[in-house]
Design a protein around this ligand. Structure first.
Ligand code: PLP
Length: 349
């Protein structure tokens, strides 16, 4: 596939059929982007800001992130000739750090938490940088409407490949990917059923905050403006062990070496494949590759250090109502819609 530049090469990711028995299940391999799923978001936000004049040619871009958003901004920002400043903290993994540095970003690592944790320290440093760099642009992925808008391209790719989709599954961090893709798909498929995947200890869907949670990418300690609760029909929470185990299973069973959010999406899709009727088409978004997680999700030493083996684990979700606090795999139906599903108990495991 020929592209004129790296920015045009963003997206066009493979869609792979997974044989899980039961419903037809597909994995949208966003991990096949140059860096990851957020390459799409960085392209959309930066091009829109250049178009509106908010980002002048050659002006700096500053972002606080230690993950996929930092990589996307590094890719698109430097390709368009902007100095890119990434604010992060000591928890950043060495692979991401090397990528950022060798793309030419200035990486600012805060060394102390504030009363608002690492996130607070990063935002304080970001404000200082913005004051030092007049005219600099901050993408603000949690509230910028260009984040969900970026997924119109992903929805169009799915429609071109499949024509019809019944169920969309995605991890929720900023909310951009799941809500943006679902909103775009619903213009053609108003009955689309949308399943959000979160972690135990994230407040996005009303759970109490557990700051020590180990999963990255999904979950949050505050509810981002880009989470559009109105488009999410079903929510699943997995604890750290369940998420990491599903990530290991994704590699062992499907040869897809993904990050923990891809793993959680896979775990939920395995369940939905059996729950939904065989004519149903299910698509799950796989955000990033597993390389960054070699010292955590994929490291037995990390499992031992964090005592993951002794954490309780469920092999299917327990349905709860939104007010119950969960500690193992659970799901709820927060909206008005309900789904007619087959009884899982009568099906072979
Ligand atoms: C690896 C990974 N998966 C999933 C997500 C969640 O995506 P969104 O922010 O679109 O909700 C993120 C967000 O940063 C991520 O980095």
């Amino acid at each position: 596939m020929l592209h004129n530049n790296v920015i045009d090469a963003i997206g066009h990711t493979p869609l792979v059929s997974l044989d899980l028995g039961g419903a037809a299940v597909y994995a949208k391999l966003e991990l096949q982007n140059l860096f990851a799923m957020k390459d799409r978001v960085a392209r959309q936000i930066i091009l829109a800001a250049r178009e509106s004049g908010e980002l002048a040619p050659g002006a700096a871009i500053v972002e606080s992130s230690s993950g996929t958003m930092a990589l996307g901004v590094a890719l698109v920002g430097t390709a368009l000739g902007h100095p890119v400043h990434i604010v992060t903290d000591p928890r950043i993994d060495p692979i991401t750090l090397a990528k950022l540095r060798f793309l030419g970003c200035s990486v600012h690592i805060v060394d102390k938490m504030t009363a608002h944790g690492w996130q607070g320290a990063r935002l304080e440093r970001l404000e200082l940088l913005r004051a030092e760099l007049p005219g600099s642009f901050w993408p603000r992925q949690y509230s910028n409407p260009e984040n969900p808008r970026a997924y119109a391209t992903l929805a169009a790719e799915l429609l071109a490949d499949l024509g019809h989709i019944d169920v969309l599954v995605g991890a929720v961090g900023s909310g951009g990917s799941l809500c943006g893709t679902a909103r775009a798909l619903r213009e053609k498929l108003p009955d689309l059923w949308t399943v959000g995947v979160d972690c135990v200890g994230s407040v996005i869907f009303g759970q109490p905050d557990l700051p020590g949670r180990l999963q990255s990418g999904l979950g949050n300690s505050l509810v981002p403006a880009n989470v559009d609760h109105a488009v999410i029909d079903e929510v699943h929470w997995l604890n750290d062990r369940e998420a990491f185990q599903a990530t290991a299973d994704l590699a062992a069973e499907q040869q897809i070496f993904g990050g923990n959010t891809a793993g959680s999406v896979y775990g939920v899709m395995r369940h939905l494949a059996r729950r939904e009727s065989p004519g149903t088409t299910i698509v799950g978004i796989m955000p990033d590759r597993g390389d960054r997680y070699c010292a955590t999700v994929y490291d037995e030493g990390h499992w031992l250090e964090k005592d993951l083996h002794s954490m309780p684990v469920a092999t299917a979700p327990v349905e709860v109502d939104a007010s119950q606090t969960v500690s193992t795999w659970s799901n709820c139906f927060p909206g008005q819609r309900r789904r007619e599903v087959r009884c899982e108990a009568v099906l072979p495991a």
